[in-house]
Design a protein around this ligand. Structure first.
Ligand code: IPE
Ligand code: IPE
Ligand code: MG
Length: 269
């Protein structure tokens, strides 16, 4: 990536990775499962919540870097529907941390022209959290840069159930006996309606699973799993993931450009 005034490399390693990046082939939508905060803390003999606090710092760096790289959309998995199964004190801490983050970071989010969106069952969040989210979305609604989508109280199957029920409501309300849904209709009823599908899904801390995240939308996403724990996921780690993404051959069930080229050449002899 040449002449990038937006992102000043802070080290030689960053500069080398930036050099390898092709600005024309950046993902349209990067989705991240931020995992490993607890393990990061345990390794340091700290309480799990210290890991969550360190995780916020990593999130801030990733958000700022993606905005500077002009990524159109970044989705961060912050709290799943299943995360309510954790001890109440940890859940309370995570909710407090989120409110603190919004309050402190809103000026920077605005300065970077980022628009905040939240996906998930937000109506079931504690009232104060819901209020702060609604305020933050309102205050950034006119920003035209990167969309920062925070998945909060989010579950992929719940999202599909909500979409099907919204379609059923629509059918009943309009007495449509001949209604049929195609793939586009379903996409249009998801929380992510109007957003591109993620082309890159990153999961930290080495776990090879999707944990109920964006099940419909990741149909053809490239998956990148790194052993780095989320609080250690620095700008360098992010740039490495983007460079790796750009090396992948995306085929969408077809033969892909390299194979098609090879076949054409052998036909010509
Ligand atoms: C991810 O880190 C943060 C949330 C799920 C909120 P974890 O808390 O899952 O950390 P590990 O997986 O226990 O290390
Ligand atoms: C996924 O991480 C959810 C978030 C990152 C918010 P988890 O730690 O909750 O997932 P599992 O339990 O390892 O599948
Ligand atoms: Mg985890």
């Amino acid at each position: 990536m040449k002449n990038n005034d937006l992102l000043k490399p802070a080290s030689r390693e960053e500069a080398e990775l930036l050099e390898k990046l092709d600005p024309k082939r950046m993902p349209n939508h990067l989705a991240v499962i931020m995992d490993g905060n607890g393990r990061w803390a345990e390794k340091r003999h700290l309480p799990r919540v210290a890991g969550h606090r360190a995780g916020v710092k990593a999130a801030r760096e990733v958000i700022e870097t993606c905005a500077r790289l002009n990524l159109p959309c970044l989705t961060l998995y912050a709290f799943s529907l299943e995360n309510w199964r954790r001890p109440q004190a940890e859940v309370d801490f995570l909710m407090r941390l989120l409110r603190e983050y919004l309050k402190r970071e809103l000026p920077t989010i605005n300065k970077n022209n980022i628009r905040l969106l939240v996906i998930g069952r937000s109506a079931q969040l504690p009232e104060a959290v819901g209020r702060d989210i609604a305020d933050a979305m309102r205050q950034t609604a006119r920003n035209t840069g990167m969309k920062l989508v925070v998945a909060l109280n989010y579950g992929g199957r719940a999202e599909l159930a909500d979409a099907f029920n919204a379609m059923l409501d629509h059918v009943r309300a309009n007495g449509l006996s001949a209604f049929r849904a195609d793939e586009q209709t379903i996409s249009d009823h998801l929380y992510t309606a109007g957003l591109p599908d993620p082309d890159l899904l990153i999961r930290t801390s080495g776990e090879m699973r999707v944990s109920n995240f964006l099940l419909w939308q990741i149909a053809y996403a490239e998956i990148y799993v790194t052993e780095a724990l989320w609080p250690d996921f620095s700008r360098v780690r992010l740039l490495e993931a983007l460079v790796d993404f750009q090396k992948r051959e995306r085929r969408y069930g077809g033969l892909g450009a390299l194979r098609a080229e090879h076949d054409a050449r052998s036909r010509r002899g």
